[in-house]
Design a protein around this ligand. Structure first.
Ligand code: CO
Length: 132
Protein backbone atom coordinates (compact mmCIF):
# COMPACT_ATOMS: atom_id res chain seq x y z
CA UNK A 1 0.00 0.00 0.00
CA UNK A 2 1.18 3.51 -0.71
CA UNK A 3 0.16 7.01 0.28
CA UNK A 4 -1.57 8.25 -2.86
CA UNK A 5 -1.99 11.76 -1.60
CA UNK A 6 -2.42 14.03 1.39
CA UNK A 7 -5.53 16.21 1.26
CA UNK A 8 -5.34 19.80 2.48
CA UNK A 9 -8.39 22.04 2.81
CA UNK A 10 -7.92 25.61 1.59
CA UNK A 11 -10.27 28.54 1.16
CA UNK A 12 -8.86 29.39 -2.28
CA UNK A 13 -6.60 27.32 -4.52
CA UNK A 14 -4.53 30.14 -5.99
CA UNK A 15 -2.82 31.41 -2.81
CA UNK A 16 -2.16 27.80 -1.73
CA UNK A 17 -0.67 27.01 -5.14
CA UNK A 18 1.64 30.01 -4.67
CA UNK A 19 2.81 28.62 -1.30
CA UNK A 20 3.78 25.26 -2.81
CA UNK A 21 5.17 26.97 -5.90
CA UNK A 22 7.54 28.82 -3.57
CA UNK A 23 9.07 25.47 -2.57
CA UNK A 24 9.15 24.19 -6.14
CA UNK A 25 6.03 22.00 -6.07
CA UNK A 26 3.62 22.69 -8.92
CA UNK A 27 0.14 21.47 -9.79
CA UNK A 28 -0.18 19.19 -12.80
CA UNK A 29 -3.94 19.47 -12.92
CA UNK A 30 -6.97 21.09 -11.39
CA UNK A 31 -10.44 19.65 -11.59
CA UNK A 32 -13.93 20.33 -10.28
CA UNK A 33 -15.39 17.33 -8.45
CA UNK A 34 -19.08 18.24 -8.15
CA UNK A 35 -19.92 15.04 -6.24
CA UNK A 36 -17.64 16.31 -3.42
CA UNK A 37 -18.50 20.00 -3.80
CA UNK A 38 -14.87 20.89 -4.37
CA UNK A 39 -12.30 22.06 -6.87
CA UNK A 40 -9.02 20.21 -6.42
CA UNK A 41 -5.42 20.64 -7.52
CA UNK A 42 -2.97 17.73 -7.59
CA UNK A 43 0.70 18.52 -6.96
CA UNK A 44 3.09 15.62 -7.51
CA UNK A 45 5.66 14.99 -4.76
CA UNK A 46 7.74 12.00 -5.79
CA UNK A 47 5.37 9.05 -6.22
CA UNK A 48 2.74 10.78 -4.09
CA UNK A 49 0.73 13.98 -4.30
CA UNK A 50 -0.58 16.87 -2.32
CA UNK A 51 -4.28 17.42 -3.03
CA UNK A 52 -5.53 20.93 -2.37
CA UNK A 53 -9.30 21.13 -1.87
CA UNK A 54 -11.24 24.36 -2.33
CA UNK A 55 -14.97 24.41 -1.58
CA UNK A 56 -17.32 25.00 -4.52
CA UNK A 57 -20.48 25.21 -2.44
CA UNK A 58 -21.08 26.82 0.96
CA UNK A 59 -22.73 23.67 2.36
CA UNK A 60 -20.28 20.99 1.17
CA UNK A 61 -18.05 18.94 3.47
CA UNK A 62 -14.93 21.02 2.81
CA UNK A 63 -16.80 24.27 3.44
CA UNK A 64 -17.99 22.82 6.76
CA UNK A 65 -14.50 21.63 7.64
CA UNK A 66 -13.09 25.12 6.97
CA UNK A 67 -15.81 26.68 9.10
CA UNK A 68 -15.06 24.36 12.05
CA UNK A 69 -11.33 23.82 11.82
CA UNK A 70 -9.91 26.37 9.40
CA UNK A 71 -7.42 25.58 6.67
CA UNK A 72 -5.11 22.62 7.06
CA UNK A 73 -4.62 18.89 6.87
CA UNK A 74 -7.88 17.18 5.91
CA UNK A 75 -7.23 13.55 4.99
CA UNK A 76 -4.68 10.91 4.07
CA UNK A 77 -5.38 8.80 0.99
CA UNK A 78 -4.09 5.25 0.59
CA UNK A 79 -3.82 3.71 -2.85
CA UNK A 80 -5.27 0.20 -3.00
CA UNK A 81 -5.55 -2.31 -5.84
CA UNK A 82 -9.01 -3.49 -4.77
CA UNK A 83 -11.12 -0.83 -3.09
CA UNK A 84 -13.98 -3.23 -2.27
CA UNK A 85 -11.55 -5.53 -0.48
CA UNK A 86 -10.03 -2.57 1.40
CA UNK A 87 -13.50 -1.42 2.52
CA UNK A 88 -14.50 -4.91 3.61
CA UNK A 89 -11.28 -5.37 5.57
CA UNK A 90 -11.70 -1.97 7.28
CA UNK A 91 -15.32 -2.79 8.20
CA UNK A 92 -14.38 -6.18 9.62
CA UNK A 93 -11.70 -4.39 11.65
CA UNK A 94 -14.44 -2.29 13.24
CA UNK A 95 -13.79 0.92 11.31
CA UNK A 96 -16.63 3.21 10.23
CA UNK A 97 -16.47 3.23 6.43
CA UNK A 98 -18.57 6.22 5.39
CA UNK A 99 -19.41 5.03 1.88
CA UNK A 100 -21.64 2.00 1.29
CA UNK A 101 -20.16 1.71 -2.19
CA UNK A 102 -17.16 3.50 -3.67
CA UNK A 103 -17.89 6.88 -5.18
CA UNK A 104 -16.37 8.64 -8.16
CA UNK A 105 -13.53 10.84 -6.94
CA UNK A 106 -11.01 13.12 -8.61
CA UNK A 107 -8.98 11.84 -11.59
CA UNK A 108 -11.77 9.39 -12.48
CA UNK A 109 -10.77 7.12 -9.61
CA UNK A 110 -13.05 5.24 -7.23
CA UNK A 111 -12.72 6.43 -3.64
CA UNK A 112 -14.21 5.65 -0.21
CA UNK A 113 -13.71 7.35 3.13
CA UNK A 114 -13.26 6.04 6.67
CA UNK A 115 -14.68 8.23 9.45
CA UNK A 116 -12.10 9.88 11.74
CA UNK A 117 -14.13 8.91 14.82
CA UNK A 118 -13.05 5.31 14.21
CA UNK A 119 -9.41 5.99 13.33
CA UNK A 120 -8.16 8.19 16.14
CA UNK A 121 -8.99 11.45 14.44
CA UNK A 122 -7.69 10.92 10.90
CA UNK A 123 -10.02 10.93 7.91
CA UNK A 124 -8.74 8.13 5.66
CA UNK A 125 -9.50 7.81 1.97
CA UNK A 126 -9.04 4.66 -0.09
CA UNK A 127 -8.24 5.31 -3.75
CA UNK A 128 -8.53 2.56 -6.31
CA UNK A 129 -5.33 2.31 -8.31
CA UNK A 130 -5.63 2.93 -12.02
CA UNK A 131 -5.51 -0.40 -13.88
CA UNK A 132 -1.90 -1.38 -14.62
CO1 CO B 1 -8.37 12.97 -1.50
Amino acid sequence: MEIDHIGIAVRKLEPALAVYGAIGIRATMTEAVPSEGVRVAFLPVGESHIELLEPLAADGPIAKFLENRGEGLHHIALAVDDIQAAMTRARSGGLAVIDEVPRQGARGRKVAFVHPKSTGGVLLEFVQNAPR
